[in-house]
Design a protein around this ligand. Structure first.
Ligand code: AMP
Length: 412
């Protein structure tokens, strides 16, 4: 099935061609006709599935040409995602005269005001909720003509406390509009939002929601708290990686791990919400371009970011929410590439690891790094007691679910 049969406008099709896409992904196949029909849509698909184009292409086709008023609004939970989605819209719209502006916090207002008012009104706004509200209060934009609304990564918006802002924004949009909501999970608060904001939505679900990328190999390294840093350094020394993301629980922890890695001569960038927007951009761009081989990040980087070419994810700290484990490891193993996800586990993490394993319906094998001078931890005893018998292990290790992933370069 090619893109030409889906009903997109010729200008948008040209944009798709210029991107080098030859075939629609499953979510695009299902979503594009529905969006073109004007239906409300709930999409649950992991990132890397082509979700952005699934809503951007039909929206751009429906907008057709520049009209001096904002007719499409896309809300994103983080600045990085907003910037990424804006770039995608610009890429797809490059053979149209439609205009796109992005607004997010942490940077000055003037450039955004200029963008919002370019051509006396921009067609598409991609925004994080807080800064958009500021602009609305200052009269820099008018949402009274919005026809297409997208709430992307809605569960993340909920986690980040943005739902009240989202509701205030929605109240300024016409009730006669098309709404789309994308979310990996639908907790009750999102269900309520759906009831309130959407009209008879069609739900599409692509890939098993809970299953991590099939191509990822998961390993847990039990270790005592005081040896975590040493084990990380040793792991990085031994694996042959292209680029690796190290996830930490706190901003402070991320800064500390980054400085240890720098001292060990790794080219390191740091990404967390205490960094300035400029620093965050430099970190991400540098990492994407290969200037930095290691990105140390908090969970802000785990959701949705399209970072190709990540060969390894290391969970320096075990994530406290099982969904975050899936999002973190989703940064590797994209396309048909292989990827490795290593998790350092200390005794206090046992309950969190257990919930992760239950969530992904898979027991993650525990391994010891050969020749590493381990100090004792009670975890090694627990491991012996729980060690699966060989035949059990084979079954438990089998991969569950399926996904559809794009984006990464082949590993060397
Ligand atoms: P997303 O899930 O929107 O983050 O997209 C993940 C990656 O897949 C992005 O790098 C897109 O450019 C790419 N992509 C989206 N749709 C297609 C397609 N039909 N063919 C090839 N690549 C695609």
């Amino acid at each position: 099935m090619s893109f030409t049969k889906l009903g997109l406008t010729p200008n948008v099709l040209e944009g798709v061609k210029a991107m080098g896409y030859t075939e629609p992904t499953p979510i695009q196949l299902r979503a594009i006709p529905l969006v073109l029909e004007g239906r409300d849509l709930i999409g649950s698909a992991q990132t890397g599935t082509g979700k952005t184009a699934a809503f951007a292409l039909p929206i751009l086709s429906k907008l057709k040409q520049h009209e001096h008023v904002t007719r499409a609004l896309i809300l994103e939970p983080t600045r990085e995602l907003a910037a990424q989605v804006e770039t995608a819209f610009r890429d797809y719209a490059r053979f149209t005269d439609l205009t796109v502006a992005v607004v997010y916090g942490g940077v000055g207002y003037q450039k955004q005001i200029d963008a919002l008012k370019s051509g006396s009104g921009v067609d598409v706004i991609v925004a994080t909720p807080g800064r958009l509200l500021d602009h609305m209060e200052q009269g820099n934009c008018n949402l009274g003509y919005v026809q297409h609304l997208v709430l992307d990564e809605a569960d993340r918006m909920l986690d980040m406390g943005f739902l009240p802002d989202v509701k205030r924004i929605l109240q300024k949009c016409p009730t006669e509009r098309q709404s789309m909501l994308f979310s990996a999970t639908i907790p009750p608060a999102i269900e309520t939002l759906i009831q309130w904001a959407m009209r008879n939505p069609e739900t599409i679900e692509i890939g098993a929601r809970r299953s991590p990328a099939e191509t990822v190999k998961h390993v847990i390294y039990p270790v005592s708290d005081m040896q975590k840093t040493d084990l990380l350094l040793e792991l990085l020394k031994r694996v042959n990686y292209d680029s690796v993301i190290v996830f930490c629980r706190t901003k402070h922890g991320a800064d500390r791990v980054a400085s240890v890695l720098k001292r060990d001569n790794h080219a390191v960038a740091v990404l967390h919400s205490n960094r300035t927007q400029r620093e965050r951009e430099q970190a991400l761009d540098g990492f994407r371009q290969g200037k930095f081989e290691v990105l140390v990040a908090t969970d802000i980087a785990a959701r949705g970011l399209d970072i190709a070419n990540v060969s390894h994810v290391v969970n320096f700290d075990v994530p406290q929410h099982p969904e975050d484990y899936v999002h973190r490891i989703g940064r590797t193993g994209r396309a048909e590439n292989t990827g490795d996800a290593f998790t350092l586990m200390i005794a206090e993490d046992a309950m969190h690891v257990f919930s992760i394993e239950r969530y992904i319906s898979q027991q993650i094998p525990r391994e010891k790094l050969e020749g590493f001078n381990y100090r004792y931890t009670a975890l090694f005893e627990a491991q012996k007691a729980n060690a699966p018998k060989p035949y059990e292990r084979k079954v438990q290790m089998s991969r569950v679910g399926s996904g559809y992933f794009f984006g990464a370069r082949k590993r060397r």
